[in-house]
Design a protein around this ligand. Sequence first.
Ligand SMILES: [Zn+2]
Ligand SMILES: [Zn+2]
Length: 78
Amino acid sequence: MEKVCPVCNGLAALTARCPRCGRPLTDGGAIENYYGPYSPYMDIESLQMGEPDTHCVHLLCCSGCGHDSRAALALIPV
Ligand SMILES: [Zn+2]
Ligand SMILES: [Zn+2]
């Protein structure tokens, strides 16, 4: 059975809120899309967050204050 990220596949919406200002966080997509030698988003911490086989790590940004965080989303079977 294949497992997919519900948010990447449009099956669920992210509803996290900014811990600083309380605005809804914008889903920046799977963090692997940001992977690159010059990416400012990639660091050891994010790589260690969640197992790649069971989680999809997303980058969340706040349009209000610029805060960014990461969320490891559990993959669901389809
Ligand atoms: Zn995803
Ligand atoms: Zn904010």
